[in-house]
Ligand binder design. Structure first.
Ligand code: IMP
Ligand code: MG
Length: 175
């Protein structure tokens, strides 16, 4: 398979992550601490870069979910595979996602974490497929809006491949 075609370059990702970190640092400047909840596996590289650029006290947690799939058709149901390790009650939570596609995953996570009474809950995603949305979710911090195509790299995969590409690429499954 040829290398995926570049959609967003390494330089553009770096610049945008810096902007997001600056905005988040500003918005949470008066808070004691922010709890970043990275959604595994896709967000691990974005979270690593974003968290290191924040200028505010931060605590890192991870959560893992899986989408129920019937054959190749997504049902929209989401299952919790791994939970955070520390209580988020009274904390300022920022969910960090790689990509919002239909919106079901983020919708599920917001609902679930909200029920644990955090002081606040916001969402940050590197990518959003605007035209694939099935459920509306509020995205507070967005890296880039993209088209409805399968992207890989910077943490995102296709069948576990291409997660460590330094840029966001588009794959053509027919290649
Ligand atoms: P949603 O529940 O449909 O919004 O899907 C969210 C999850 O599907 C993301 O967290 C990704 O793990 C995965 N996903 C959706 N689109 C892509 C893509 O283009 N590349 C890689 N993973 C994707
Ligand atoms: Mg994800």
């Amino acid at each position: 398979m040829p290398n995926p075609k570049t959609l967003i370059s390494e330089e553009d990702i770096k610049a945008r992550v810096e902007e997001l970190a600056a905005q988040i640092s500003l918005d949470y400047a008066d808070k004691e601490e922010i709890v970043l909840v990275g959604v595994l596996k896709g967000s691990f590289i974005f979270l690593a870069d974003l968290s290191r650029r924040l200028s505010i006290p931060r605590h890192i947690e991870f959560i893992a979910v899986s989408s129920y799939e019937h054959g190749s058709v997504r049902s929209g149901a989401v299952r919790l595979v791994m939970d955070v390790r520390r209580s988020i009650e009274g904390k300022h939570v920022l969910i960090v996602e790689d990509i919002v596609d239909t919106g079901h995953t983020l919708h599920y996570l917001i609902d679930m974490l909200k029920s644990r009474n955090p002081a606040s809950i916001r969402t940050c995603t590197l990518l959003h497929k605007e035209h694939a949305t099935e459920v509306d979710v509020k995205i507070d911090y967005l890296g880039f809006a993209i088209g409805d195509e399968w992207v890989v790299g910077y943490g995102l995969d296709y069948d576990e491949k291409d997660r460590t590409l330094p840029y966001i690429g588009v794959i053509n499954p027919d290649d």
